[in-house]
Design a protein around this ligand. Sequence first.
Ligand code: NAD
Length: 328
Amino acid sequence: GKLGIALVGLGSYSEGQLAPALQQTKHCYLAGIVTGSSDKAAQWKTKYNLPANACYTYETFDRIKEDSNVDIVYVVLPNALHAEYVVRAAQAGKHVICEKPMAVTVEECDRMIAACKEAGKMLSVGYRLHFEPHNKEAMRIGQQKVFGDVKWIEAEHGLSEATGWRLKKALAGGGPLMDVGIYCVQAARYLTGLEPVAVTAQEGFKHHPEKFNGIEESITWQMEMPDGIVAKCTSSYSEKQNRLLVEAERGWLELSPAYSYAGIEGRTAEGKMDFAQVNQQALQMDDFALCVKEGKPSPVSGEEGRQDVKILQAIYRAMHTGERAVIE
Ligand code: NAD
């Protein structure tokens, strides 16, 4: 049968993407919700035909332990709350999916991984692009050296606007780098199958210092990868950017937009990529459900999430010191 998923945090991503995707999944379904709002609980209960005992608050969340319909808890809260709820979910005996970035520090990631291991439960991160055909093709071309060795990567992901907890360092852990720049870090890693060894970074000019108090408005960074590969990346909360470019010895590829929920387009030196649009979130959740059922490791594991957080922290270190930060 299908595995039950409980969504923790019914904000825009849960409402706009995950809950609709759970209407299309084959191996999992929406089995519970965790929210601080009784209005939202009532709305969701009606809309998704949930039983009354499938609705939890943040206070009653730990009782989900007794709920045999819920196999997987999906944490969709502001970044700084991920660690607490992933640990509580593992302690309630549930497998866990955590949204990106996995947490705001590597230490939190370590605690999350340890809690899931201790509970004998699986942990994965909401990296939906691993299930998106254009990005998968880019991984194949890069990792299998279809156009020879990758030489140069450009990755840009920015939003024209950000609001709410995303502007608060204590909840977001940082600015656009944490929220959308992380996709560029992921891309450089999944395009090459290699890990950056060092980074340099520069904070962009702050047009609105009162709004971007304690966080960057924009950032540019460079990642040194093995074999002399360089990735040049930018991220912003005041300029829309969404592109990935790879230059290799005998060819190139570009995804633009590269990271969207829908409408991703790709071309290579050989022409336009021709792939169907998919529901990334449905594929991502189904893959995890199958991993749980079959006991096989998730390609988007907690370790994968931890590695990105480690790199994000090195990028901030480089930005603040102005020095090259080595990633051990
Ligand atoms: P949102 O602001 O729309 O929703 C956040 C939810 O958390 C709200 O329902 C809010 O009520 C709740 N919440 C609980 N405690 C809170 C607190 N102390 N302060 C503020 N809010 C609190 O945010 P979102 O866009 O849904 O993002 C949630 C998570 O999902 C983030 O980690 C984000 O990075 C991630 N996300 C991932 C993707 C993706 O494509 N994978 C897309 C969007 C968001």
